[in-house]
Design a protein around this ligand. Structure first.
Ligand code: BGC
Length: 544
């Protein structure tokens, strides 16, 4: 244990089962030193905001030493903080403060690939084909008469072949950017290294890990062809993500890795957990990542992908809840993250999108299980669609024309001029520009304003903690008979019943018989004994 190790927060080992976790996209959250990039001291300064918001934990995206080719998902040193974001001392101070405020800290672990600047990879490049240095990665000879063709037809998620050729003729594999070579997880040194990295951060007091590309570490033996790719049939292999089988994803052997990690997590006090960013062909295969001997949670991306209809949400929720019952782990709901278009925009953008996003938040926060909130969704931020191409930094933009920069624009905190208090007083720098329309969406502009999205999230999070039917893991979902296009379910704890109603029907509906409103995403008006719930709105009602 390091000298700085903070005490675990409480002995509640099951905190993660119902936690609301706030995703901090570090480079875009808060910039303490004024260089235009968010940093760890910036997070530390803003911890009281997150405590007041009412979340239980933060997930920090990678802040490790990195050339930043893929915004830190290309790690060169897993045990240090990139100077861009601060230092280990800053990290220790931040986690100590977070714990003192009752906030837990989850860090991102990137085990599928390293940066090409990682000492292991530079050693592999300097060594000969067939050397032990190359054995930690996936090097192979090419096909064709002179090895001029890639070893197989695998495609990078960021577009183009998943292989890059070296001057000595060999190829190496990268499921993402060429600057992110994939590790060989059948190599014992790779396994030992990451077990040690886990311990390094656990010793520093982290409460958990978000496992990047958790379905990717094991590749099918023999590296068999997929059979098609953009070059041959025009269909990108990544279109099968979450829908079909690929020889480089969701291989059965990957579960051995998590069965080895779980005892390590369990050997620390205070309920240390891990959440998988995993894509699998079916919800059943996704559920295999969670349970008593593997990881604690796996994001339900089906929920994120549900379209704006009662049927779509109902189906996804029922399936996810059924799977979580079987494996005895909670469902992990998420609406947005740093890789996906913000849900205000996915649901229609503008006023419609915002209305629906607010309703979706009440739906998500009323469900049993854990919920992940992506920074800025509590402000109702939309995707920034018109960033100039020359400012876009996502490596996939260059390869596919698709960019995730629009959901990564720095958070507006206060003030009249961009970047709206992202940096220290007077700082004008921000690594991506915030649009002029964000002035009215800043934290300061929404604080204390009745009906603002920020106050809606605060009220919902408060009620989620305080209401007996929502607190902890109490109360399974009981669906109620409703008009078509309306979702209604109750959760109960003893006599206390909370009912969540979401109106996706396209017309206003009258809600009667569920008790008093607790929180609503739009103004409710009284009608007879009940209330009118507007189009694209949600509300919670209670009876005690
Ligand atoms: C992360 C992405 C990243 C990729 C490669 C994903 O799961 O969320 O942001 O580009 O992994 O590490």
């Amino acid at each position: 244990m390091t000298a700085t190790t903070p005490e675990p927060l409480t002995s509640d080992d099951d905190w993660w089962r119902s936690a609301v976790v706030y995703q901090v996209y570090v480079r875009s959250f808060a910039d303490a030193n004024g260089d235009g990039v968010g940093d760890i001291p910036g997070i530390r300064e803003r911890l009281p905001y997150l405590r007041d918001l009412g979340v239980d934990a933060l997930w920090l995206t990678p802040f490790y030493t990195s050339p930043q080719i893929d915004a830190g998902y290309d790690v060169a040193d897993y045990r240090d903080v990139d100077p861009l974001f601060g230092s280990l001392t800053d990290f220790d101070a931040m986690i100590t403060d977070a714990h003192a405020l009752g906030l837990r800290i989850i860090v991102d672990l990137v085990p599928n690939h390293t940066s090409s600047a990682h000492p292991w990879f530079t050693a592999a490049l300097a060594a000969a084909p067939g050397s032990p240095e190359r054995a930690r990665y996936l090097f192979a000879d090419g096909r064709g008469e002179t090895g001029e063709l890639p070893p197989n037809d695998w495609e990078s998620i960021f577009g183009g072949p998943a292989w890059t050729r070296l001057p000595d003729g060999q190829w190496y594999m990268h499921l993402f950017d060429p600057a992110q070579p994939d590790l060989n997880w059948r190599h014992p040194e790779v396994r030992a290294e990451f077990e040690d990295v886990l311990r390094f951060w656990l010793d520093r007091g982290v409460d958990g890990f978000r496992i990047d590309v958790a379905h990717g570490m094991i590749k099918a033996e023999g590296l068999p062809d997929v059979g098609f790719n953009s070059m041959t049939t025009g269909q990108r292999q990544s279109e099968l993500l979450g829908k079909g089988r690929l020889p480089y994803f969701d291989q059965d052997e990957v579960h051995e890795i998590y069965r080895a990690w779980r005892p390590i997590l369990d050997s620390y006090p205070g309920g240390r957990m891990a959440v998988a960013e995993a894509w699998a062909e079916t919800p059943q295969r996704l559920a295999r990542y969670i349970g008593a001997d593997e990881l604690h949670q796996a994001f339900s991306f089906d929920f994120l992908d549900a379209t704006w209809s009662a049927d779509s949400f109902r189906k996804v929720i029922d399936t996810a809840l059924a799977e979580s019952t079987i494996v005895g782990a909670p469902t992990t709901w998420v609406l947005s993250n740093h890789d996906r278009q913000r849900h205000v925009t996915r649901y229609g953008d503008g006023e419609v999108g915002l209305r629906r996003a607010r309703a979706a938040a009440l739906l998500m926060l009323a469900l049993p299980g854990a919920a992940y909130v992506y920074q800025g969704e509590e402000l109702g931020l939309p995707e920034v669609l018109d960033l100039p191409d020359e400012l876009r930094q996502d490596p996939s933009f260059l390869r596919t024309g698709e960019s995730r920069d629009g959901c990564r624009v720095p958070i507006p905190w206060s003030g009249e001029l961009a970047p709206y208090g992202f940096g220290p007083e007077g700082s004008e720098l921000s690594w991506l520009p915030a649009p002029a329309t964000w002035r009215g969406l800043s934290v300061a502009a929404q604080t204390g304003v009745p009906g603002s999205t920020l106050e809606l999230y605060r009220a919902a999070l408060r009620a989620r903690h305080e209401h007996p039917a929502l607190a902890g893991t109490a109360g399974g979902v009981v669906w109620l008979e409703t008009e078509p296009g309306v979702l209604a379910f109750s959760r109960a704890a003893g006599p206390a019943v909370l009912t969540c109603v979401v109106n996706l029907s396209g017309a206003e509906v009258t809600i009667d018989g569920y008790g008093q409103p607790v929180v609503a995403s739009a103004d409710l008006t009284e009608r007879g004994e009940g209330h009118v719930l507007p189009v694209d709105a949600a509300a919670w009602f209670e009876r005690r």
